[in-house]
Design a protein. Structure first.
Length: 90
């Protein structure tokens, strides 16, 4: 009978340790999940900011201003414009 009690106590200890271990792993995984979700939200915000910045930088007025002021470009005179028609069948 004493051996049976000892065996049951050992089984009980093993079960208790495995429950504690499982709870610890679950909390650790949940913490990692929350950190990943926060990173995802931060990246979403950064993506939105980058899209806004890109649309601002790519605006036609800004491109024309940069071309004119920084690159010294100007529109061609009407006599400098040549129209090229596509070859038929291509």
């Amino acid at each position: 009978m004493a051996r049976l009690n000892l065996l049951l106590v050992l089984i009980l200890l093993a079960c208790a340790l495995s429950v504690v271990s499982a709870n610890h792993r679950a909390r650790k995984v949940f913490t990692e999940l929350e950190a990943g979700q926060k990173r995802m939200r931060d990246l979403d915000v950064e993506w939105g900011q980058l899209q806004l910045e890109q649309s601002t930088l790519a605006a036609h007025v800004r491109v024309a201003t940069v071309a004119r002021e920084k690159l010294g470009m100007k529109p061609p005179a009407p006599g400098q414009i040549i129209s090229v028609d596509a070859l038929p069948g291509k």
